[in-house]
Every structure is written in C-alpha cells, then in structure tokens.
Write a protein that binds this ligand. Structure first.
Ligand SMILES: *Cc1c(COP(=O)(O)O)cnc(C)c1O
Length: 562
C-alpha cells in the first residue's frame, strides 16, 4: 500500500508526526510537503487528491489547519472519497462504510495524540461490503453536500413549488440544527424510498390470505417480510405491523382486552409516562380508569413497592410498563411478578427503547409480557408508525381490534418501509449504532453534570436523560429557548415532583439517537455538552447566543443527514 501525505503550514508538525508513525509501520509513504502559499493556494492538497484519483497512491492524508473546505474540493476528483475525521469513530465509519481513501485531519481540532488515534483507527478499519443501499453516498463527508430530500424532486419542484420549498427548508433545518430530541431520528434513504413508493396507492384491508381487495400479491410480500423480520428481532409469537402510530397500537391493545371503565395501572405522566398511559385528554384517560404509579423521591427510579401496593388495592386488569422520559432499565420480570400476584395482564410500551431491546442493550420484555407495543420511528429508526407484538392466545383479538376495529386500509408504503428498517436493524452495524447511542448519552450526561446540572436519577442506562436545570437558577422553558436560539433542539420537560407547572418545567429531556445517526461519537458529545454550558451562561445575551449558534451550525454541517 502506498500513501501520499501533505499539509498546510499549521498542519506540518502533525503531518511529520504521522509520517513517522507510517514509516514505523513500514508503509510506503510519500511526503508531498507543506503548503507555503496562502489559504487560496491549494497545490499540495490538489496533488494529494490527484495521486489518489489516478491510482498512483492507494490513499492520501491531508493535515490542514481546519480542513473544513478541503473534503468538498478533494471529492471533486474522480475516485476520491475524502472525509474530515475529528474522532477515531468518524475514521472508522469513513473507512468501513464508505471505503474512504483520503483522510483529512484538522490540525487545529486535534492534539498530536488524538491525530495518531484517528490515523490508527483509519489504518485498522477494513472496508465492509456495506449492505445499506445508501452506501454510494458518503455517510461522513465534509461539508455535507446538499442532497435531494426525496425521490424525484424535480417533479415536485415543477408541480408544487410551495411544498417543494417547505421540504427543502425542513431538510436544511435538519442539517443545521443539532437534534437532541429523544424521540426523533433520521430514517435511511432506503426507508424513505419505500415510504415514497407506489405501495401507498394500494388498498389491502384485511391480512395476508384474507384480503378484501384483489391485487395484493406484492403488498403481501412487504407485510409478510415486515412480520417475519420483526419476529426475528423481538422473538415474539405474533406481530401486527398495521398500526398507524404508537398511540393507536396502545389503543388497539386496550380495546382488544379491556372494557370501558376497566382499570389500568400505568406510569404517571409527570414521572415520565406517555399521553396514552392515562392523560385526562387522551382516549386512555377518558375511557379507562387509570391508576398512576411513579418514581421515588430519593432514587427517582420506579417505586416498585408503591406499584405492588397500588396493584393489590385497585386490582387493575392491565399493567403498563414503559415511558417517554425515563432513563433507567425497566425490570419487566418484577412487573410480571406483580401482575401474576393479582392476575393482571402486562403490556410493555417500548416506543422509546425498541432499538435497545432489538440489540439486547436493554432486557427483553417478550418472555414476561402479554403485549409489547412500539413505535417504529424512534430508536428503531424506521418510518413513522406503530406495531403490536403479543402472545399467540391474543393474536386474533389484536388483529381484529386493529382492523376492522380501529383502522381501515393499512398504509402499505409505510409497512414496506418498516420491513426495510427491520432489515437494517438485523445487521451488525445497527448493534454498534445503538451501543454508540448509549455511550453518547452517558458521556453527555457526565459532562453536563460536571457543569453543575443535576441529572435526574443520577445518570442514564439508555438513549436519553433528564437534566434538572434549576441548580443553575433556570427553568426548563428558559433552558430550551436559549438552546433553540443557538440552533440546538431539545424539549423542556417536567421532572418528578416538579415544583414548576408543566408549561414551564424544571428540566430538559436530552436524547442521542439522532446525532449518533449522523456519525457523532463521544468527542462530539463533549463538544455539544460544553456548548450547552456556554449557552446557559449566556442567557439574555442575544449576541453571544447567536455567535454560539453560528458555531453550532458550522459544526452540525460537517455531519451529513441520511
Ligand atoms: C412516542 C410514544 C408513543 C406514541 O407514539 P406516536 O407514534 O406519537 O403515537 C407511545 N408510547 C410511548 C411511551 C411513547 O414514547
């Protein structure tokens, strides 16, 4: 293997260090020198790119002061796949997923040891035959080249310029904002291609083998594959992939096995539960008698003693375990023991943590629960939708409640996209993705904690955590608006036993699924968390917040959106 290396003046010291490392490994390395001209003179970078492009070198390395604009220029050369890598993780992704052949390092962004780490990872990472159809697009490149937000964009542009503009605007917003909203993620281009497909034209009321319409042979393939893959992922008896969203999935379970007025024991909204777990304005709170449980004041973890006492007192027919804002492991086995004691059914709502369960990064509900409901668009990273899994004995009742009970025709384009995303979940890369999501959440919470912010329950076991900002003299509303002004999206949230009303809140909820999809690792989390602390110290100073916002946008643009 032959490598060509070059730098600008500021990068020349790091370049020399890296050259030594390459020599010591016996790699044939040609040093094309350090650029002496000004910023506009790019002779050295051009020569490095040309060597890689024409095959006279296998790989290139450029060490530039910031390196921001270089990847874009280098990628104009045929066969060059250049990426600015600030962390070993980025180098690994650039090599293994995109077959990167030109490594760009920012001398101002790295100290020499970090530069060596990145190069070692680059050299050690092998190209994997990426199974993702998106692999032709560099997942990590810099700056992110504008990509079409949807298939056949010209047709929409000509047909409906107003909607076209709105979608382009949203695409840009998603690229320039750091999305730390725990329930959001970026579906792959393959998932989006299936979502935008002709399968949306088809009526397919019913289920495979008992459809009420003709011509279902192809949509049947999609639904069968989605079911088969979901069974493989979650190890369940029966799957219904038709619910339009997580809320209707929950509605279908309640409707299938309960009567109006029956009692459900579910997590209180104030302590992290979901609207469909009994909010008075939700169907759940209107139709059923909801008994809420919560966390203890001291540990801020689920109060299992209170749960058992409430179960004995109210004898609910159904217990729901699952939450939208809870950062700790859910002990499904302990819930089952309580359900068994009073003869209740148990439902796990894994809308948030489905991706973690799919990769065994969270205990499995399937052995303990009668029903498992989920969304498919949060950590599972599929299209917007819902799904129900259950024991065989409830299969008929669940299917009947979804159709014709609640819904008419299933959204076959969404079901096709669910199948595509489940296929992605089954690949080894998804497991590393989820592990990175969890590592990122932990590092993020640790940095915030060392900046004086209190982390609810003292930390996190999953993809999200709640930060109590009152020790800084702030409310959740103050904190989330200031972050928004700096281009960072989080949501304000009540914390358990919150003294502030819900519209204000004492906390913010932070999740790492979306930023991790963009290729960010622990180094990036440290950077973002440091920006949080800067933002909280700059409240009221519009100029300073705007300046942080510009930095955030520049940082964010380096990480392409799928
Ligand atoms: C997000 C969520 C849902 C509902 O999902 P929608 O698709 O928005 O209806 C249900 N349960 C929990 C715990 C959730 O977090």
């Amino acid at each position: 293997m032959k490598i060509v290396i070059g730098s600008d003046e500021r990068g020349s010291a790091l370049k020399d260090t890296l050259k030594e490392l390459l020599d010591s490994r016996g790699i044939d390395t040609q040093d094309l020198g350090a650029q002496t001209g000004g910023d506009d003179d790019r002779t050295v970078s051009k020569r490095v790119a040309e060597h890689v492009s024409n095959g006279s070198a296998d790989q290139g390395i450029l060490v530039w002061s910031s390196g921001r604009a270089l990847a874009h220029e280098a990628n104009r050369h045929p066969h060059v796949r250049a990426t600015l890598c600030c962390t070993p993780h980025m180098a690994k992704i650039a090599r293994s997923r995109n077959d990167g052949n030109l490594l760009i390092l920012g001398a101002d962004l790295l100290d020499p040891d970090e530069g060596i780490e990145v190069l070692n990872e680059w050299l050690g990472s092998q190209v994997k035959q990426s199974p993702l159809p998106t692999s032709a697009q560099p997942l990590v490149s810099e700056p992110a080249a504008p990509r079409p937000a949807f298939v056949k964009k010209e047709i929409l542009e000509a047909n409906d310029p107003e909607i076209f503009e709105a979608i382009q605007g949203e695409q840009k917003r998603q690229r320039n904002t750091l999305v730390l909203i725990a329930s959001e993620n970026y579906a792959s281009s393959a998932v989006n291609a299936a979502q935008g497909s002709v399968m949306g034209n088809k009526y397919a009321e019913g289920y495979h083998g008992k459809r009420y319409y003709n011509g279902c042979e192809f949509v049947d393939v999609a639904e069968e594959l989605a079911i088969k893959r979901a069974k493989e992922i979650f190890g369940v008896d029966h799957v219904n992939v038709q619910p339009h969203c997580g809320s209707t999935a929950n509605m279908a379970v309640y409707g299938a096995v309960l009567s109006p007025g029956d009692s459900i024991l579910a997590m209180s909204l104030d302590h992290g539960g979901h609207l469909t777990h009994g909010h008075p304005l939700s169907f759940s709170g209107k139709v059923y008698n909801i008994v809420p449980y919560g966390v203890t004041r001291e540990s801020e973890r689920i109060d299992m003693e209170q749960l058992a006492a409430l179960a004995r007192e109210h004898k609910p027919r159904l217990i729901v375990v699952g939450a939208s804002a809870y950062s700790r492991i859910l002990d499904f086995e302990a819930f089952r023991a309580i359900a068994d004691e009073i003869g209740a059914m148990l439902m796990a709502d894994i809308a948030h943590i489905a991706g973690l369960i799919a990769t065994a990064a969270h205990p499995d509900p399937a052995p303990f629960c009668d029903f498992v409901t989920t969304t498919t668009h949060k950590t599972l990273r599929g299209p917007r939708g819902g799904m129900i899994m259950c024991r065989q004995e409830y299969a008929k009742a669940i299917d009947r409640e979804v159709f014709p009970g609640l819904q008419g025709g299933p959204a076959m384009h969404t079901i096709a996209a669910k199948a595509v995303s489940f296929g992605e979940v089954l690949r080894p890369e998804f497991k590393s993705y989820i592990q990175q999501v969890i590592d990122n959440a932990r590092v993020f919470s640790e940095v915030l904690s060392s900046g004086g912010i209190r982390i609810v329950s003292g930390g996190t076991d999953n993809h999200l955590f709640m930060a109590d900002v009152t020790p800084l003299g702030l409310t959740g509303r103050d904190a989330s608006s200031a972050l928004e002004a700096a281009g960072i999206a989080v949501n304000k949230n009540s914390i358990p036993f919150d003294p502030n009303p819900p519209a204000i809140g004492s906390g913010i909820r932070i999740g790492t699924p979306a930023v991790t999809t963009r290729g960010m690792g622990e180094g990036e989390m440290r950077f973002i968390a440091a920006k949080f602390i800067e933002v909280f110290g700059s409240i009221g100073d519009e100029g300073r917040l705007r300046a942080i916002g510009e930095e955030v946008a520049e940082f964010s643009a380096r990480f392409p959106v799928p």
